[in-house]
Design a binder for this molecule. Structure first.
Ligand SMILES: Nc1nc2c(c(=O)[nH]1)N[C@H]1C(S)=C(S)[C@@H](COP(=O)(O)OP(=O)(O)OC[C@H]3O[C@@H](n4cnc5c(=O)[nH]c(N)nc54)[C@H](O)[C@@H]3O)O[C@H]1N2
Ligand SMILES: Nc1nc2c(c(=O)[nH]1)N[C@H]1C(S)=C(S)[C@@H](COP(=O)(O)OP(=O)(O)OC[C@H]3O[C@@H](n4cnc5c(=O)[nH]c(N)nc54)[C@H](O)[C@@H]3O)O[C@H]1N2
Ligand SMILES: [Mo]
Length: 645
């Protein structure tokens, strides 16, 4: 298998050059991060920069907004000590993702409420998280930038900002004040379908707190103008001085990662765009990487630079990329398509080779990847200095024919005579103190996962040998670090009025979201507690007899359309049509409907079935509304029309 793939890659590279070989790295690699690192080593040795990841169809604005605004060496203020906290398009009680600590976020939110923390949630649905909020703003989806601009308007008009912090660490406050001038609470409220008083109250509660943070997540990323939304959230944090100060405990300490000195200083803004312009879509390489939304066009557009071979590792493009028919056309057009996955998916169905990987419990794993997430935006990573290494728990069944991504790429390197170099990249974010170490791999034998974990963490703050002594994981108090004073020469400043962002605010003020009469509803994204993206939908213990999922609607909207629970509906967007069952859900704002991603047929040539497989929302999403900086496609706030079948 490896020899065959190597020979085909060799031929493609000989004729078309290394850039014709690409990889898409999905969320499935998170449990085995040595696979993605080995793939990156192989691509470096091959000379191809064409690595795409699911991060660019998730929250790429976390990266692009940080590039435009700048970062803080010691990180944002954390949840555990906050007295005010704001979430925009996040539902951590279900997602266990950013916005609240990952370990039982529901309980963490209850504890925080008991100690008096005021939670503000902006979400068109009264979610499991919003139910625990002091203030819940339920706007029309897609208006988060206007809401945040109006909150900044109020904070500046009422002088609620931390003037001393801003004077020493930021620039552009006057230009920001001018840029948000049109966003009065009344104007933003009219756009978002809120009361102006709700926006004013949110601004006051947030700014009057002593410590806290505004965190944007997928709802804010998927809907529209996501770089602007995330950027305004960073501006609000900076205006209120919501970064860890000298003498505080560092919010996100390094534990397995090498020791790092957090300082009370700004890491300056950095270029948001990279050199490469994508051929078909015109989207650009950016601080989040190469945009995945441009990948289908890179395969479909003829001419030099066309991608001809693709590796898909731990991803399921047929259920995750927008515009499923275009995804399928692109994947079918490839000369070589290799999928690494442990199960059959509609994506794997289109592959020339499927390389079956072991399951999580069949391989060693460690928590450094979660720790590293702190370098992407605010409120990610681990606040408690917790680390865990787990050895392989079970052996794969006898006779299994498995190969993890690490082995695949190492063996491809061997077969092609390449020398691979391991980079301990997880130890470093944009504020690099010293360049990551490079470890040349001995190409004569496959390195064990354990050896690679050791290379990756290098000299960790807590040595790997110590972490290994605690198989159930441990909070390593020794890793807690205080934030140190700024270096005397540190003079970088946060940018409050980046030119791209102020221009976009002006455009936003003159362009309300068009009301498309043909599509009276807005479809928003959500996470289902029992599934992980497209994983789990076919497991009876998880779907509990309803493998098809459903479209949630407000009961009054159902009644208006003559629909009732479990009726079959047709949902039409400008991009496509699906058929699915409907479910009454009075936690939704009227006019907003909601459906999780990941349902749909497991084979590429089978149609979706509303009962047996559910419908894929990717049929309703398109590539024509990508955010121009990050390339993020619109995956929420999708205009739809609904009728009974
Ligand atoms: N159980 C479970 N956990 C998961 C996943 C899963 O599939 N299942 N997926 C994982 C992944 S890959 C990720 S990226 C994270 C995501 O984690 P989160 O970002 O917390 O995702 P959601 O739980 O969908 O919460 C997003 C919220 O945004 C709201 N929303 C939608 N559109 C808008 C809008 O325009 N404006 C605002 N303000 N809100 C909006 C939705 O109603 C929803 O409640 O979860 C991870 N965790
Ligand atoms: N319409 C719509 N589109 C969306 C979203 C949405 O909410 N709505 N969410 C977006 C977001 S936030 C994300 S992150 C992306 C997700 O995009 P993807 O990551 O492409 O999709 P997943 O369904 O998470 O696919 C993960 C795959 O990895 C496999 N896998 C699991 N473990 C392993 C392993 O150890 N090794 C290997 N090789 N494979 C493994 C699983 O079986 C699964 O098939 O989708 C995005 N697209
Ligand atoms: Mo995601």
């Amino acid at each position: 298998l490896v020899a065959e793939i190597a020979a085909r890659i060799g031929a493609i590279v000989a004729e078309h050059g290394p850039d014709s070989v690409a990889a898409y790295i999905g969320t499935g690699v998170v449990a085995h991060p040595t696979g993605a690192t080995m793939a990156a080593a192989w691509f470096r040795a091959l000379g191809s920069p064409m690595l795409f990841s699911a991060a660019t169809i998730d929250k790429p604005a976390a990266n692009t907004s940080t590039a435009l605004h700048g970062n803080w060496s010691a990180g944002a203020q954390g949840f555990e000590t906050a007295d005010v906290w704001m979430l925009v398009g996040a539902n951590p009680v279900i997602s266990k993702s950013n916005g609240a600590p990952y370990h039982n976020p529901g309980n963490r939110l209850k504890e925080a409420a008991r100690r008096g923390m005021k939670l503000i949630v902006v979400d068109p649905r009264r979610t499991e998280t919003a139910r625990r909020a002091h203030l819940h703003l339920a706007p029309r989806p897609g208006e988060d930038a206007a809401i945040l601009a109006a909150m900044i308007h109020v904070v500046l008009a009422e002088n609620l900002h931390d003037a001393a912090f801003v004077a020493s660490h930021a620039r552009g406050i006057d230009a920001l004040r001018a840029a948000v001038a049109p966003f009065t609470p009344e104007y933003a409220a009219a756009r978002a379908g809120l009361d102006a008083a709700e926006i004013v109250e949110a601004a006051r509660v947030f700014a009057r707190g002593k410590r806290g943070c505004v965190v944007c997540s997928t709802g804010a990323s998927f809907s529209s103008r996501s770089t602007l939304t995330f950027y305004l959230a960073l501006c609000l944090n900076t205006l209120c001085g919501r970064w860890a100060r000298e003498g505080d405990w560092a919010t996100y300490p390094n534990i397995m990662m090498p020791a790092f000195t957090p300082r009370a200083e700004v890491y300056p803004p950095y270029p948001v765009f990279g050199a490469r312009r994508m051929r078909g879509s015109g989207l650009r390489q950016n601080a989040s990487g190469l945009p995945t939304s441009a990948l289908p066009d890179e395969i479909l557009t003829e001419g030099p630079g066309k991608i001809r071979a693709l590796f898909c590792l731990g991803g399921n493009p047929m259920q995750a990329w927008p515009d499923q028919p275009r995804t399928r056309a692109a994947l079918e057009k490839l000369d070589l398509f290799v999928v690494g996955d442990y199960r059959m998916t509609a994506t794997a169905d289109l592959a020339d080779y499927i390389v079956a990987s072991p399951l999580t419990l069949e391989t060693p794993a460690a928590t450094y990847f979660v720790e590293w997430l702190k370098y992407i935006g605010v409120s990610r990573g681990l606040e408690a200095p917790w680390a865990q290494y787990t050895p392989k728990i079970v052996d794969p069944p006898q006779g299994s024919d498995l190969m993890d991504d690490r082995e695949l790429f190492f063996r491809l390197g061997q077969a092609m005579g390449l020398s691979l170099e391991w980079i301990d990249a997880y130890g470093y974010g944009p504020h690099v103190e010293s360049p990551p170490k490079r470890v040349p791999l001995d190409m004569s034998r496959l390195p064990e996962v354990d050896e690679l974990i050791a290379h990756t963490v290098g000299e960790g703050r807590i040595p790997l040998s110590e972490v290994k002594k605690h198989p159930h994981g441990r909070v390593f108090e020794a890793a807690r670090t205080r934030v140190e004073a700024a270096r005397p020469e540190a003079d970088a400043r946060f940018e409050l009025a980046d030119a791209l962002m102020t221009a976009e605010l002006a455009a936003l003020a003159s362009q309300p979201d068009p009301r498309r009469e043909a599509y009276p509803f807005r479809l928003v994204s959500r996470r289902d507690n029992n599934f992980m993206n497209s994983v789990g939908q076919r497991m009876p213990a998880l779907h509990r007899g309803r493998p098809g999922g459903a479209l949630s609607m407000h009961p009054a909207d159902l009644a208006d359309l003559g629909l009732a629970e479990n009726h079959l509906a047709e949902v039409r967007s400008p991009h496509g049509v699906i058929r699915c069952h409907v479910k009454a859900d009075d936690s939704l704002r009227r006019g907003v409907v909601s459906m999780a991603q990941g349902f749909g047929a497991a084979r590429a040539d089978q149609p979706d079935d509303p009962v047996a497989t559910g419908a894929s929302v990717t049929l309703l999403t398109g590539l024509d509304e990508c955010e121009p900086i990050s390339g993020m496609p619109r995956l929420s706030a999708i205009p739809v029309a609904i009728s009974r079948v």
